[in-house]
Design a protein. Structure first.
Length: 90
């Protein structure tokens, strides 16, 4: 009599993101949302605020975008570095 095969199967779901992707992308998206909110606030209250106030909001929004850009760029560089190391080992 032949031995029965185990019916356990590894479950892979294409819909779930790897943990490291969400760890990097969610904070960056939050920073972009903050920047967009500040720019929206500057547009809505543009006439009420002074030129200096709008400049400060713009500067703060750009700093959020720059910080998000740096985080994502670092993540991309680290990921490509890991891939290159893996390819070299082949």
């Amino acid at each position: 009599m032949a031995a029965k095969k185990s019916k356990t199967r590894k479950s892979t779901s294409a819909k779930t993101k790897p943990v490291h992707d969400t760890h990097i992308s969610e904070p960056a998206l939050k920073l972009i949302d903050k920047a967009a909110g500040l720019l929206k606030k500057a547009i809505i209250k543009g006439e009420e605020e002074s030129v200096e106030g709008r400049k400060l909001l713009k500067k703060k929004a750009l700093s959020f975008v720059d910080f998000a850009n740096k985080r994502l760029t670092t993540a991309i560089n680290e990921g490509s570095s890991a891939v290159k190391k893996g390819v070299r080992k082949i």
